[in-house]
Design a protein around this ligand. Structure first.
Ligand code: V47
Length: 388
């Protein structure tokens, strides 16, 4: 047998022999990853600083395949943003509008319920609902939005309100976060999206989102939600004024909370889009930064089941590549997206199931439609069934 073929067989049988890097700092990290040992903050920094992005990606892909094989998840969802009126005026955001701004909008209840049904013919399994911190809308308004949606679409999972919105609604209603979450659950909220986490470091937060809850309060709100049995996601906004130390700090804080609660499903790195924000002098992230972020997230967050390459934010082309760098999820059909498009995104508003499946298949992966809780979905023409 020729030597090369022996080597190929050896590499397949023993991944440690397949790993190659020209960056010696990655060797001990690779040994830990292959032995399924936890990475340290120093390891995280080395992964961010390494010039060998392909080797970092190889390691993340190894972990991703160990966890999920070739399976790649997507869902059929619809985003609904009931209002863009927001008291926070975050420098990172192009979506929020001050009360009284002619470009501000707030949906009437009927409008929110109608928006939920519009724009796409296949039955959605998830409503993703987030919006501004409106100074006047009471908790009861949002409870009515949710109740009306559950009444009209009883089979659809409602993933609603970031930890920031929940803390804000609780404060306005003069209720504890726990009592607010109980009311949201009674109205029909099933889980929470991962937004509003941004970067936990106070130095950065004080510049990009100074009126939002701080990192500790975001984590505490997520802790309370998880203790009540809610699943949620976690995001990290990168590519603005944060540094690698801030990114590692953010990831390790998420990992520590996940050790405690097990309530996070998915990590979603979000690249900052500067257009139409007060930070529009900053450059947009590059493809390799986006890819590396997916990979480092997969490697440091060893206790997160899923890493999502949110195609709306990354573009479908980069998100597809991310499926070979640690990501196992593309998010969904979305249908109508406002937050990134207000900040200059040129991605489509939505993708069909067929388009998502094509991206996944052409990356050499196996598409699996999931519901929000990662249960496989099977479909007939008009409806769907969730495997439980
Ligand atoms: O919280 C706002 C970010 C988030 C900008 O949980 C910006 O499944 C970049 O959280 N440039 C909302 N990012 C989106 C979000 C999300 C998206 C998809 C799936 C899930 C999920 C969650 O978008 C905000 C903020 O971090 N954001 N403005 C901007 N200019």
């Amino acid at each position: 047998m020729p030597a090369e073929s022996l080597e190929t067989r050896d590499r397949a049988a023993n991944p440690a022999h397949a790993f190659r890097t020209y960056d010696p700092r990655l060797e001990p990290i690779a040994a830990k990853v292959l032995a399924q040992e936890r990475l340290s903050a120093e390891d995280g920094l080395a992964l961010y600083k390494s010039p060998d992005v392909l080797a970092v990606g190889w390691l993340a892909n190894h972990v991703r395949e160990r966890m999920h094989g070739d399976v790649t998840y997507f869902n059929v969802n619809r985003h609904i943003n009931p209002t863009n009126v927001c008291v926070a005026a975050c420098k990172l955001c192009a979506f929020g509008r001050k009360k009284g701004d002619p470009a501000g909008y707030t949906m009437a209840l009927e409008e929110a319920w109608t928006a939920a049904a519009s724009g796409y013919s296949e039955a959605v399994t998830e409503f993703h609902i987030v919006g501004g911190l409106h100074p006047d809308l009471p908790l009861e308004f949002f409870l009515d939005v949710i109740r009306g949606l559950k009444e009209r679409f009883p089979k659809v999972h409602i993933k609603a309100f970031t930890m920031v919105e929940i803390a804000f609604l609780a404060r306005r209603a003069k209720l504890s976060v726990e009592a607010t979450l109980v009311k949201l659950r009674e109205a029909g909220v099933d889980s929470m999206p991962g937004g509003g986490a941004e970067i936990f470091a106070a130095r950065v937060r004080s510049i990009i989102c100074d009126h939002k809850i701080d990192g500790e309060e975001w984590l505490e709100t997520a802790r309370t939600a998880h203790k009540l049995g809610f699943k949620s996601n976690a995001t990290m906004l990168y590519g603005h004024i944060e540094n690698d130390e801030d990114r590692v700090d953010h990831l390790l804080k998420l990992r520590a909370l996940q050790d405690e609660t097990g309530g996070f499903q998915t990590f979603i790195p979000l690249a900052f889009h500067p257009e139409n924000t007060p930070l529009d002098h900053l450059p947009v992230t590059t493809g390799l930064t986006d890819i590396r972020q997916i990979a480092v997230g997969r490697l440091l967050l060893d206790n997160f089941p899923h890493v999502k390459a949110y195609w709306q934010m990354m573009t479908p082309k980069i998100a597809q590549i991310a499926l070979r760098f640690g990501a196992d999820d593309l998010d969904g059909t979305v249908i109508e997206e406002k937050i990134y498009h207000d900040a200059g995104a040129t991605t489509p508003q939505g993708l069909t199931r067929k388009e998502l499946c094509r991206l996944i298949t052409e990356a050499g992966r196996i598409p699996v439609e999931r519901d929000t809780l990662y249960r496989p979905v099977t479909r007939s023409e008009e409806s769907f069934t969730v495997a439980v």
